[in-house]
Design a protein around this ligand. Structure first.
Ligand SMILES: [Zn+2]
Length: 70
């Protein structure tokens, strides 16, 4: 059992390295007015319930409590 070295391997044909352009993170775009990045717990329902973040406010889907952003 012998291993062949470099059988059929092409030499010297490496693709030139190009610097890849890093796309700026577009993952955190606001879609509509719904944005859930930071989880804000509802002061009325407790720490287990988080409020939905909007552009200018948070609102709880459980009790309807709205907390306005300053
Ligand atoms: Zn609530």
């Amino acid at each position: 059992m012998g291993k062949k070295k470099g059988g059929g391997e092409k030499k010297g044909k490496k693709a030139p390295r190009k610097r890849k352009r890093i796309k700026k993170s577009s993952q955190y775009e606001v879609t509509g007015d719904k944005l859930t990045r930071k989880k804000v717990p509802c002061p009325k329902c407790g720490a287990g319930v988080f409020m939905a973040e909007h552009a200018d406010r948070w609102s709880c889907g459980k009790c309807g409590y709205t907390k306005w952003k300053k």
